[in-house]
Write a protein that binds this ligand. Structure first.
Ligand SMILES: [Zn+2]
Length: 299
């Protein structure tokens, strides 16, 4: 699932394809739960509109339209935004890749220059200046598209906490310290800080030496500071490497990026800790698979 770094990498790649362009029309799939704003209304509202920017808050992207309206784009589990012309089998998620026969994979590779436009490509932006289309493809359809009129608020956006790269240690300590939940659950709570998901939460807790199951109320301010610094470091590091350093993620241009794996604990159950050699443990915290080193994370 794309977390803050993957969404930010997408934003940086896609923004130049959108900014300053006027939408001539949209192509969409049929109405479904993917479209919080029905496709017919989206087409009407976007036609002829100029996009002035692409911003991000947590895991949400916002195409900013001239005049103040916004189009919320959420990648969900498997959503991908890319410019037409991007080509790579990696544009498919690992799940959908593995569901293809070798013949189908070969056929996809042969199709070469065009990015996939199939039943999973739910939204295509076409532009007046003839610039490459921008495609939103989502195999599992947990992504979302929503038109938000100028001055209007949406409950999804309203309830979001400060972006995880912007929040200060003091703010996190103040909000988090009121919670009795496990610190891992607080990190995942998008109303406290927006953008951290399962992978980066586990990695940050490891780097900070904090046990994921520990009650948030028992953390000291120095704990919160160390934890936030770890979370921001690991997310910035991931952004620098194209969102690919610790996740199975495809860059929006379809390139493979640097696929070095820097995960220290996430999905490394039973493998030796890179610091001390102790086997990494997996437990459930708030229904989420949680990975930690019992020796390094004692705080
Ligand atoms: Zn260890």
């Amino acid at each position: 699932m794309p977390e803050l770094p993957e969404v930010e990498v997408t934003r940086r790649r896609i923004a130049p394809l959108l900014e300053g362009r006027t939408v001539s029309r949209l192509t969409t799939t049929a109405p479904s739960y993917f479209f919080l704003t029905p496709p017919a209304e989206l087409k009407r509202r976007l036609k002829g509109r100029r996009i002035v920017g692409l911003s991000r808050h947590g895991k949400y992207l916002f195409a900013e339209l001239a005049g103040g309206d916004r189009l919320l784009l959420h990648l969900g589990m498997t959503g991908q935004l890319f410019g037409a012309g991007a080509t790579s089998l990696r544009l498919l998620s690992s799940t959908s890749r593995s569901s293809l026969t070798p013949e189908a994979q070969a056929r996809l590779l042969e199709q070469g220059a065009s990015a996939p436009r199939d039943q999973h490509t739910h939204l295509i932006f076409h532009f007046e200046d003839g610039a490459p289309d921008v495609l939103f493809r989502d195999v599992r359809k947990f992504g979302k598209v929503l038109f938000i009129a100028a001055g209007k608020l949406d409950k999804r956006v309203e309830k979001l906490g400060t972006d995880a790269l912007e929040i200060t240690p003091a703010e996190l300590g103040q909000l988090g310290g009121k919670r009795r939940a496990a610190v891992k659950s607080v990190l995942l709570d998008q109303s406290v800080l927006a953008g951290v998901g399962n992978i980066y939460a586990d990695e940050a807790l490891f780097l900070a030496g904090i046990r994921p199951t520990r009650s948030a109320a028992r953390l000291t301010q120095p704990d919160w500071t160390r934890l936030l610094e770890a979370a921001q470091w690991v997310m910035r590091r991931s952004i620098e490497t194209g969102g690919s350093s610790i996740s199975d993620y495809v860059q929006p241009d379809g390139s493979d990026g640097a696929y070095q794996d820097e995960r220290r604990v996430y999905a490394r159950t039973g493998q030796p800790c890179r610091e001390c050699g102790t086997a990494i443990v997996r437990v459930l915290v708030g229904q989420r698979g949680t990975h930690y080193c019992p020796r390094c994370q004692r705080r």
